[in-house]
Design a protein around this ligand. Structure first.
Ligand SMILES: *Cc1c(COP(=O)(O)O)cnc(C)c1O
Length: 862
């Protein structure tokens, strides 16, 4: 192709998932060609490493099992080359050589920073090289360039050695000849690497996490490009995290400052550092979806109408507040300087600040800081020299972002009222009038976002009628393209109806669904060991199916242990965990006698029953929601839990264990069920790893269960991929430990249904009730936890749901209600077979004979 003079560039950036599959590379080629034709442009394609590769390289940089990891990476790229129909040795042979040489480099011993940067750079060098080869094979005329020849790292004052090598900023102002030199490359289409740059000493530097977005932005800035397009696997930025708020709207147009604020306070779509260079050069940006290129995406430019109003609401978890009291501090010159100097010393950057005459409270944002218990302790000790300190962990920052926040306060009364019910630790309004942040306890923030989002729309504070800014709802976009999978029981309807001809109520479990969930978890590379928490459902066929899928079993009582070995006599005890709570001495003795892995969660057991545990290998369950001891300055949201050893007593436990010759080989934390965000899991793993290092003998980190399932029609399915990515990140930071999980609900909930027959249909004071022969004795979750379960009339599955009923059971308790205002066919009549969905977890295992009603029967469907 002939390159015309003066053609301007369009920069296209593709992330890890977009470069890891062949069909995605076809998309890249197509999009690049289209841009050249439509925009009369030259195209620079900036790519990340294949997904997971940077994590693997990070593990190499930790110096751990280098040769094996290098070979695994070579294999991974070989396999992908084969997929692309490329000769791996011809295309990547030289790069494999470089990677192997780096693995054997003498600098590896000291984990030298320049060596680490070179190692990290290999991922992008390999992906861009194989991408160029593939595109050429598809007939594209594409050149390859080394990003290090064009992006120069700059050193900032105060920057650490580490950040000057592994998290660099680059030059934004270049000499006039730069564009000309770059344009002299012969092909109209070029491919280069994200993430890497030239260190001022001529060697390699990298831009840090999310660096590929930033690389694209630097190229856009230096080349004065027409546009920088960030191609990802989401449709763009939203007015709230769509996983929490399905009504969130796509933001189709933002100015740089708003986009910056949204990227910084929540959305993970665009790395916040990437806005700066484009803003500097006035280059428009766009965020687009590789899978759905027809969607409008989010466009960011300086010409965006500065429409006042809230554009987005976000929530960040894992916020740590440090509250500092000092009498009359304003009189003492330099107090704040003293304070901040101490934060700097511990490598902590401060996000929000609130101050009063005698108190300064600041927040630490975990995305910028690796806030571990040890660091907080050290900081507290340091600060104690100049003031009284209180550390408040597990806070959430809820931020409203948008132009003209001050002029909108009168519309926010509903928002203030919502917060009025909670304890607000800190309110901060940014000086650029772009954000308003409330810091509250994390537990209080649960479920708030959908409410606040709706409130902002109702009050007019979020002007969603402005179609130039607010695009379609997430729910609409997803509904069109990714309808919810049909539940298994629709396909098995006639079998279920036949089963219901037997006595009801009865449970039915679909083993293929159990296996499907098991395989989803087994596919997550970062997880080394998987156990199933059998208390969720201990049906023999389910246990057998999960053991056959490679799961171990987690028990919480001697009864469960005996059940396991009765069902599976050949089960290797090494694959069974025993994690009881307040169990009697005999159960520990019996469990140890069986040879299973016992988890202890208190010191008293060691003191009182030394002979039971002497010389054993044990796991230790820790309550990460800190309590007393030397953590007395650290309080949680006031949660009181009977589980786990208080973090402040770990040292005491270790000492007692040592005296008894006990080896602590695992540490465990199970935070309970519910929606856990990625940051949450990460924090948990970091904390566990901190303890594990201190203990010294630990091999296994067990992060428990608690994976949610979507019970409600509007619940988003748990984002396994996001979770897996988060785990891969923490695993890369702490590669020495075996990451272990022990979910219950996730594996079995959706596989089970409760079948029952309608007994009576009764109207009273305008409310129609349909009674089932199943009650809270058969499924207690609605009565106990206000749990929501989908209920359908299986007999009349195809009839319109034109009636509204309360669905109740036959138990003499007013809480014996399965659902209020449930939509069912108006003709629902006594004798109909009714189905309660997602009842496979904590259904039968919590059933009782209350009112002397019989236990439900159980069936298994293959
Ligand atoms: C109940 C329990 C689990 C499983 O919890 P789910 O929410 O069902 O995933 C895991 N570990 C322990 C220790 C438990 O008590």
């Amino acid at each position: 192709m002939v390159v015309a003079q003066g053609q301007r560039w369009v920069v296209l950036k593709f992330g890890g998932t977009s470069v890891s599959r062949r069909n995605r590379w076809d998309t890249i080629g197509r999009l690049a060609a289209k841009r050249m034709a439509d925009d009369d442009a030259r195209v620079l394609v900036v790519v990340s490493a294949l997904s997971g590769v940077t994590n693997a390289l990070t593990a190499i940089c930790a110096g751990d099992g280098i040769p094996a990891r290098v070979e695994a990476l070579v294999e991974r790229h070989r396999a992908f080359c084969a997929d692309l129909g490329l000769d791996a040795d011809r295309v990547l042979g030289e790069r494999f050589g470089v990677l192997r040489a780096l693995g054997a480099d003498p600098r590896a011993g000291a984990l030298a920073l320049d060596w680490q940067a070179e190692v990290l750079a290999q991922g992008e060098l390999m992906s861009s090289t194989l991408g160029a080869a593939y595109l050429r094979a598809q007939g594209h005329d594409v050149g390859w360039c080394d990003a290090r020849d064009w992006l120069d790292a700059v050193s900032l004052p105060n920057a650490s050695e580490w950040s000057q090598r592994l998290s660099v900023n680059c030059q934004r102002d270049v000499d006039a000849g730069f564009g000309e030199r770059f344009a002299a490359q012969p092909t109209a289409m070029l491919i280069t690497q994200g993430f890497i740059a030239r260190h001022r000493d001529g060697s390699t530097a990298v831009l840090g996490r999310g660096g590929s977005d930033t690389s694209a932005a630097y190229f856009g800035c230096l080349l004065k490009a027409q546009r920088v397009e960030i191609w990802t696997d989401v449709p763009g930025m939203f007015s709230a995290n769509p996983r929490e708020v399905p009504d969130a709207r796509l933001l189709t147009r933002l100015d740089y400052a708003e986009a910056q604020e949204i990227a910084t306070t929540g959305a993970k779509v665009l790395h916040p550092r990437s806005l700066g260079p484009c803003r500097h050069a006035g280059v428009p940006m766009a965020i687009l979806d590789t899978e759905r290129p027809e969607l409008p995406g989010t466009r960011i430019d300086s010409a965006a109408a500065t429409l006042p109003g809230v554009k987005a609401i976000s929530r960040r978890n894992g916020i740590v507040l440090v509250s500092m009291e000092s009498v009359g501090m304003w009189q003492s010159v330099g107090f704040l300087a003293d304070v901040f100097e101490r934060f700097r010393r511990h490598g902590l950057s401060v996000d929000l600040i609130g101050s009063a005459e005698t108190n300064v409270t600041v927040s630490l944002d975990p995305s910028e800081n690796l806030v571990s218990t040890n660091v907080l302790e050290a900081l507290s000790a340091d600060l104690e020299e100049i003031c009284r300190v209180r550390v408040i962990v597990s806070c959430a920052a809820i931020t409203l972002v948008g132009r003209g926040m001050r002029s909108m306060l009168h519309k926010l009364s509903g928002v203030w009222a919502a917060f009025g019910k909670e304890r607000v630790h800190l309110i901060s309004q940014s000086s650029n009038d772009l954000n308003l942040t409330f810091v509250i306890d994390e537990a209080d923030a649960d479920g708030m976002l959908p409410f606040l989002h709706a409130e902002l729309i109702d009050s007019g504070a979020m002007p969603v009628h402005e179609t130039g800014v607010f695009g379609p709802r997430w729910r609409e976009i997803e509904g069109q393209l990714r309808p919810k999978p049909t539940p298994w029981w629709i396909g098995e309807r006639s079998r279920l109806l036949a089963l219901a001809d037997g006595p009801t109520p009865r449970y039915a479990y679909h083993l293929p669904t159990v296996r499907e969930r098991a395989r989803q978890l087994a596919a997550i590379e970062a997880i080394d060991r998987r156990y199933y928490a059998i208390k969720a459902n201990s049906h023999p066929e389910i246990l057998k199916a999960l053991v056959a899928e490679g799961f171990g079993l987690e028990c919480v009582s001697l009864g469960e242990l005996r059940h396991v070995f009765a069902v599976l006599p050949a089960m290797d005890p090494a694959r069974v965990l025993f994690t009881p709570s307040f169990a009697p001495r005999e159960e520990y003795e019996a469990a140890l006698g069986m040879g299973v892995t016992v988890t202890l969660d208190n010191v008293e057991a060691l003191h009182n029953w030394p002979d039971v545990f002497r010389g054993r290998r044990l796991w230790l369950r820790i309550d990460l929601g800190f309590g007393d001891g030397h953590h007395e300055k650290v309080t949680t949201g006031g949660k009181t839990s009977k589980f786990g050893l208080a973090a402040g007593r770990v040292d005491e436990f270790v000492e007692a264990a040592r005296a008894l010759g006990i080896g602590i080989v695992g540490v465990h934390a199970h935070l309970g069920s519910g929606v856990e965000t990625r940051a949450h899991w990460r924090q948990m793993y970091d904390d566990l790893a901190g303890f594990a290092r201190r203990i010294g003998t630990v091999e296994v980190l067990d992060i428990g269960g608690g994976l949610p399932i979507p019970y409600g029609a509007d619940d988003e399915p748990f984002d396994l991929r996001d979770w897996a990515e988060g785990l891969a990140e923490v695993k890369a930071i702490h590669p020495a430990f075996q990451l272990t999980i022990e979910p219950g609900r996730f594996l079995v909930a959706e596989a089970g249904v409760l079948l029952s027959r309608a007994t009576q249909v009764v109207e009273k004071d305008g409310i129609r009730r349909v009674g089932l022969d199943a009650g809270m004795n058969a499924l207690v979750r609605p009565a106990l936890y206000d749990a929501w379960h989908e209920i359908v009339n299986l007999q009349r599955l195809d009839a319109a749901k034109d009636g509204v009923f309360d669905v109740v059971g036959p138990i003499c308790e007013s809480s014996d209600v399965f659902g209020h205002r449930v939509q069912l066919p108006a003709g629902t009549a006594p004798g109909d077979v009714m189905l309660v969905a997602d009842a496979g977890a904590y259904g039968m295992s919590m059933a009782s004979t209350y009112n002397l009603r019989a236990l439900p029967a159980e069936d298994v469907i293959e």
